[in-house]
Design a binder for this molecule. Structure first.
Ligand code: F6R
Length: 354
């Protein structure tokens, strides 16, 4: 039996590697969703019709909320919703576009550049942040700010950032309001927290998955609703577990990545996780099973996990919680602190010196 198979993943084991309380922040998602609804409401944002759609500009943990909101809305989006993870806005951004600038710290240079670029084209702007330069600029320019609570790593504020993007989408006419859906989702996620958290059984889904992925390089495959979630899993495994991980989506990966798997055993132990959803196109679901069977001989382990819940928001956030917990338990199995992201900070410091 491997060491991972016998390592306990209870509260004491988590606390031993997690001095900054990342576990509590992950398990706090239900409360974050409720608090986010309240904060957005209290910000008193006025509806502003944006026929040109919505661009969410942000990086890393601050951008993911926009991507998840776009997935949750799915075909309920009535106008284009794009996520810009760069220094530039899409070329089609005009005065008719709403640009939501999302930066937890408020000091991310790419997001600040997008804020300026949005101002230059006269786009409608909204900011979601804890403060920093972005809040200062917004205050000077009279741009509405959705205030985020401090004290988190940006990636742990995913519930807040998703709700902010959903609400701004509704206010600018890019999608239906899903406030009631978010409220119900908070209760749903609360039940999953009890089942999947460190106090839950040792054979719970996230604990078993973390054991199965331990000592491998995970490849996360999403499809439709779950594509943005696959990217979230990858980023959380990178940042919390301090491991390489990669994300791709079906059906596209059936046209390239599937071939590369034949060389995988020559390089390392690669594993695959397919993020399934009951509402997928029936052919997409068939592809999950066929793809899994084809790569299985070359993979150290393969898994298919299902979204849980009724509404799109419930199903989406159930898998976000699952991935966050898998990344936390992987950190515990590796004996690493899930909190610090030194390489990101070093890079930012070095860029600031240039
Ligand atoms: C850190 C994290 C990073 C940051 C990113 C942008 O937890 O996830 O990806 O989110 O470096 O910084 P902020 O969010 O402050 O704009």
């Amino acid at each position: 039996m491997t060491e991972a198979a016998t390592t306990t993943l209870d509260r004491a084991a988590v606390e031993a590697v997690d001095p900054s309380g990342q576990a509590e922040d992950i398990l706090g998602m239900p409360e974050h969703l409720r608090d986010a609804l309240w904060r957005v409401e209290s910000a008193g944002l006025e509806p502003h019709d944006a026929p040109g759609g919505l661009v969410v500009a942000g990086m890393g943990g601050s951008a993911i909320g926009g991507a998840l909101a776009r997935s949750a809305l799915g075909d309920r989006a009535t106008r284009p919703i794009a996520v810009s993870r760069s220094y530039e806005l899409p070329g089609w951004t005009t005065a008719d576009t709403m640009v939501l600038c999302a930066s937890y710290s408020g000091d991310t240079e790419e997001t600040l550049a997008c804020y300026e670029a949005a101002g230059a084209v006269g786009a409608l702007r909204t900011v979601v942040t804890t403060g920093g330069r972005l809040a200062e600029l917004a205050r000077e320019d009279g741009v509405p700010v959705i205030p985020l609570p401090g004290g988190f790593h940006p990636r742990a504020a995913v519930g807040y950032l998703t709700v902010a993007a959903l609400d701004v989408a509704a206010l600018c006419g890019a999608g239906d309001s899903v406030r009631a859906e978010v409220d119900v989702t908070a209760d749903h996620v609360e039940r999953l927290v009890a089942e999947w958290g460190p106090d839950g059984p040792e054979d719970s889904l996230p604990k078993s998955l973390a054991r199965g992925l331990s000592d491998t390089v995970p490849q996360i495959a999403g499809v439709g609703l779950t594509s943005a979630v696959a990217y979230r899993w990858k980023c959380q495994i990178n940042e919390n577990s301090k491991l390489p991980a990669f994300a791709h989506e079906l059906p596209e990966l059936d046209h390239n990545e599937i071939v590369g798997w034949s060389g995988a055993p020559d390089l390392a132990r690669f594993s695959a996780v397919f993020l399934d959803d009951a509402d997928l196109h029936p052919r997409a679901r068939q592809r999950i099973e066929l793809t899994r069977a084809l790569i299985e001989p070359a993979a150290a382990s393969t898994f298919v996990v299902q979204t849980q819940g009724e509404s799109a928001t419930e199903r989406l956030l159930s898998l976000v919680l699952l991935g966050d917990l898998v990344s936390l338990y992987l950190a515990v199995l590796r004996g690493v602190d899930p909190g610090p992201v030194e390489a990101i900070e070093r890079l930012k410091e070095e860029l600031a010196r240039e």
